[in-house]
Design a protein around this ligand. Structure first.
Ligand code: NAD
Length: 326
C-alpha cells in the first residue's frame, strides 16, 4: 500500500472519529475532515491533520482529496428515525457530498474510495414484520428504500458502481446496520435508539422519575453493531476485492423492549414503560444476513450487544453527569 494519506470525510462524527483512531493506530497518515467546528468533533487527535470543510462544495472536496491514497466517505446529514423521518430533503442533499467526493477522488487517482451506505436502502416492503427474515444484499431490489435518506444512499451506491465500471475508480460500499458505541450522539434529536435509551434510563435514575417513554410498541426488532466491529469491517471491506455493496451489521436480533431490558439491567433499575405509538419507529423488523461477508472475509461482527451496551452506557453516563450532574 502507498503511504499516501487516508482521508476520513465526516471524521468529526461518531463512526468517522473511531475510524480515524483505528487508522492512526495502524500507522496510517490520516486527514480527518468535517463541517463542524473542531470543538464539536467527538474525537480529536493532535497527530492527525484535522480539516474544517463543507464537502458539499466541489472545491473543498478537491482540496481534501489532494495527495490521498484512500478516501473513506462517511460525511452525511443523518440521525435516528426521528431525524430522518422529518428531514428528508436535508438527507437527500448528501448527494452533493457524495457526487463531489467521487469526482474529487477520481481526479486525485486514489487507490480506494469507501462509501458508507445503510440498511435503509433495503426494500421497506420486506421489513413489515417484526418476525424478520434477515436481509440479503439482493433484497435492495426491486427498490423501495426508506424515503429520503434511504433513496439517497441507494442512488449514491449506484454512483459508486458506475464510477468503478465506467471510470475505473476502485469503489467499495458497505451497508452499515445500526451502529452504536461511545463518542456519538446521545441527545439533541439525531441520536439513535441505543443512545436514546441509555440517556432516558440515566435521566430516570438520577431524577427519580420511574417512567420511560418508548417509541413504538417496543416489539419492533433490530440488530445493533458495536463500533469496534464497524471500524474493523470498514477497513477490511475497503482493502478487499468485494465489488458489490455488502452488509456490515450484527445478526444478533433484539426487540426494542429487549434492548431496554439490557439497559435497565446495566443500570440496576426497573422502569414503568409507556409506549408512544405515534412516534417515528421505522420499519417493524430488520436484521442483517451475514452469509456474504462470512464468505468474503471469513468474519462477521460478533461483539455481544450486552458487552457493547455496557461500554456505551458508561460513556453516556459520564457525559450526562458532566453536563447535568449536581
Ligand atoms: P455522524 O452524524 O456522527 O457523522 C457524520 C459526520 O458528517 C458529522 O460529523 C457531520 O458534521 C459530517 N458532515 C455532514 N455534512 C458534511 C459536509 N457537508 N461536509 C463535511 N462534513 C459533513 O454519523 P455517523 O453515525 O458517524 O455516520 C457516518 C456515516 O455512516 C454516514 O454516512 C451515515 O449515513 C452512515 N451510517 C451510519 C449508521 C449508524 O448507525 N450510525 C447506519 C448506517 C449508515
Amino acid at each position: 500500500m502507498s503511504d499516501g494519506v487516508s482521508v476520513v470525510a465526516g471524521g468529526g462524527g461518531f463512526i468517522g472519529g473511531h475510524l480515524v483512531a483505528e487508522l492512526r493506530g495502524a500507522g496510517r497518515r490520516v486527514r480527518a475532515v468535517d463541517i463542524k467546528p473542531l470543538d464539536q468533533w467527538y474525537q480529536v487527535f493532535d497527530d492527525v491533520e484535522n480539516v474544517g470543510a463543507d464537502l458539499k462544495q466541489r472545491e473543498a472536496c478537491e482540496r481534501v482529496c489532494a495527495g490521498a491514497d484512500r478516501v473513506y466517505q462517511l460525511a452525511a446529514d443523518m440521525g435516528g428515525m426521528g431525524f430522518i423521518e422529518h428531514n428528508k430533503a436535508l438527507c437527500m442533499l448528501s448527494v452533493l457530498t457524495n457526487t463531489h467526493m467521487l469526482l474529487a477522488a477520481q481526479s486525485a487517482g486514489v487507490s480506494r474510495f469507501f462509501y458508507s451506505s445503510s440498511a435503509c436502502v433495503y426494500n421497506t416492503e420486506k421489513q413489515m414484520s417484526a418476525d424478520v427474515v434477515p436481509l440479503r444484499e439482493e433484497d435492495a431490489y426491486p427498490a423501495m428504500a426508506e424515503d429520503g435518506y434511504g433513496w439517497e444512499k441507494l442512488f449514491s451506491e449506484r454512483m459508486c458502481r458506475h464510477f468503478r465500471e465506467d471510470l475505473g475508480l476502485p469503489t467499495r460500499v458497505a451497508r452499515f446496520h445500526n451502529v452504536y458505541g461511545p463518542h456519538g450522539t446521545w441527545e439533541g434529536g439525531r441520536e439513535k435508539a441505543p443512545a436514546a435509551i441509555c440517556r432516558k434510563v440515566i435521566h430516570a435514575k438520577y431524577r427519580n422519575d420511574p417512567t420511560i417513554e418508548v417509541w413504538g410498541d417496543g416489539s419492533q426488532t433490530r440488530s445493533f453493531m458495536y463500533i469496534d466491529d464497524c471500524t474493523r469491517g470498514t477497513i477490511a471491506i475497503a482493502d478487499s476485492d468485494i465489488l458489490d455493496p455488502i452488509n456490515l451489521g450484527s445478526s444478533e436480533l433484539v426487540t426494542i423492549n429487549g434492548l431496554l431490558d439490557i439497559v435497565e439491567d446495566i443500570a440496576g433499575i426497573e422502569l414503568h414503560r409507556t409506549y408512544n405509538t405515534g412516534a417515528p419507529k421505522g420499519v417493524n423488523g430488520r436484521n442483517s444476513d451475514n452469509t456474504m461477508i462470512q464468505r468474503a472475509l471469513g468474519w462477521e461482527p460478533s461483539i455481544k450487544l450486552r458487552d457493547g451496551m455496557e461500554r456505551t452506557y458508561r460513556w453516556i453516563h459520564d457525559e450526562y453527569m458532566t453536563k447535568y450532574g449536581d
